[in-house]
Design a protein around this ligand. Structure first.
Ligand SMILES: *Cc1c(COP(=O)(O)O)cnc(C)c1O
Length: 412
């Protein structure tokens, strides 16, 4: 066996974002947690950590207002609640995203309408959104999938023309940028997650941000049962949940925030290293990225052409699994509109509400209207990724991809 083959055969265990091998939790988090425990104040309504966390979000993103909340799903819910659609109004979202970018629309009595995606990025575009606009459209939730920004300039132009609010789902896109502007600060509201597998984590948690004081006020009320803390005559002004983060989570998040920039830089540097090593392979396309954008690489995704590589994405995934690399062929497997909650309209009892108010065209999921969605899902293979990947890990992944590519093209 030549030395090169020996290197190719060595299996390296990759850091995982599900445990300490791939997370940056350590003494900084413990120090702040100890402070909270010693203070005896675990609620953010009386403590300082969650408040400081919100100020850190504002500072890092350079945005006026941040409101911390219980999850990324809660952040999207809070954003939709702030926009306050009428029952039966429509909010456009993506069929390739987390259910957390869709379910909150239904909870607020609005109809999720799906725009097709660009198969090169699996992101919605101004054109696909425009195709789904109606006189009921109140908002658009734009997911920056895998950390690759959607085309916000064109989307904002369209939204402004029609007076529609844009919510940016940045759960996968901390510190991604479009023309030098952080995603999450371009639309009316940006939503972030602190779930276990995101760029930074408190296990569960989230935040939403806005430049608009009116929206920020509604966001703040929405996570607090709409109780007007600090008002002269407070009341529960409208229907809203308790989505507060605890001080314990605030402490961990605050320490995590200090590690964000370094982590994102490492994710990007390592992604570029991998791209350099695999971009010559016929049938495997590295992430496509628009000019003047920063992709912050929550995940590194490749597009696999099954005309070039027999078996396509699932076959490549199976080969990589033999080397201990657990990928997600086809990401979520099926578009969100094929999930029971949406397809079968399983909402509140047997009412089907709010679908009972929907225009038929808004809930028409005919596959021919979603060519980009099916093409994109068919082609993608999502690699695990995190900020503790180093050059050795990348070279291992690249070599595993190269040898899998060779073996599949030679007939498996
Ligand atoms: C993770 C995620 C969410 C939901 O966040 P949770 O904190 O898990 O509720 C929403 N949208 C996208 C794109 C996500 O990746």
């Amino acid at each position: 066996m030549s030395p090169l083959e020996a290197v190719e055969d060595a299996v390296i265990e990759l850091p995982s974002d599900q445990d300490s091998t791939g997370r940056t939790l350590g003494k900084e988090e413990i120090e702040l947690l100890t402070e909270v425990i010693n203070s005896g104040t675990l609620t953010s309504t009386k403590g300082t950590m969650v408040n400081s966390l919100e100020r850190r979000y504002e500072e890092i993103l350079d945005v006026r207002h941040a409101v911390a909340c219980a999850s990324g799903t809660a952040a999207i819910h809070t954003a939709v609640g702030a926009i306050d659609p009428e029952p039966g109004d429509e909010i456009i979202s993506s069929p390739i995203t987390d259910m957390g970018a869709i379910a909150p629309i239904l909870y607020q009595g609005a109809i999720p309408v799906f725009a097709d995606v660009d198969p090169r990025t699996c992101n919605v575009t101004a054109k696909t959104i425009e195709d789904r606009l109606s006189n009921r459209t109140r908002g658009i939730i734009v997911t920056h999938l895998f950390g690759n920004p959607a085309e916000m300039t064109a989307i904002m132009k369209l939204a402004d023309k029609h007076n529609i609010s844009v919510i940016e789902d940045c759960a996968q896109a901390y510190l991604a940028k479009v023309d030098g502007k952080m995603v999450g600060t371009i639309g009316a509201i940006g939503a972030f997650s602190l779930q276990q597998g995101k760029h930074i984590t408190t296990g569960e948690g989230g935040a939403c941000v806005s430049i608009c004081p009116g929206l920020a006020r509604r966001m703040r009320l929405f996570v607090n049962k709409a109780w007007g803390y600090g008002d002269p005559n407070p009341d529960h002004y409208f229907l809203a949940p308790n989505y507060r983060l605890t001080e314990l989570q605030g402490a961990v998040a605050l320490a995590q925030m200090d590690k964000l920039e370094k982590g994102v830089k490492q994710r990007i540097d390592m992604a570029h290293r991998l791209t350099d090593q695999i971009s010559d392979l016929p049938g495997i396309a590295p992430p496509w990225q628009a000019d003047n954008t920063v992709h912050s690489y929550w995940r590194y995704c490749v597009w696999v052409d099954d005309a070039e590589i027999p078996g396509g994405s699932p076959a490549l995934g199976a080969e990589l699994k033999k080397k201990g690399i657990a990928t997600a062929p086809r990401y979520i497997q099926k578009p969100a509109f094929q999930c029971a909650v949406i397809k079968d309209q399983r909402t509140f009892g047997n009412s089907r509400f709010p679908y009972s108010l929907a225009r038929p065209e808004a809930v028409d999921y005919a596959p021919e209207n979603f060519p980009g969605t099916f093409k994109g899902l068919h082609d993608i293979l999502v690699l695990p990724w995190n900020e503790l990947y180093n050059e050795t890990h990348i070279d291992f992944i690249a070599s595993a991809i190269r040898s899998a590519h060779k073996s599949l093209r030679n007939g498996g």
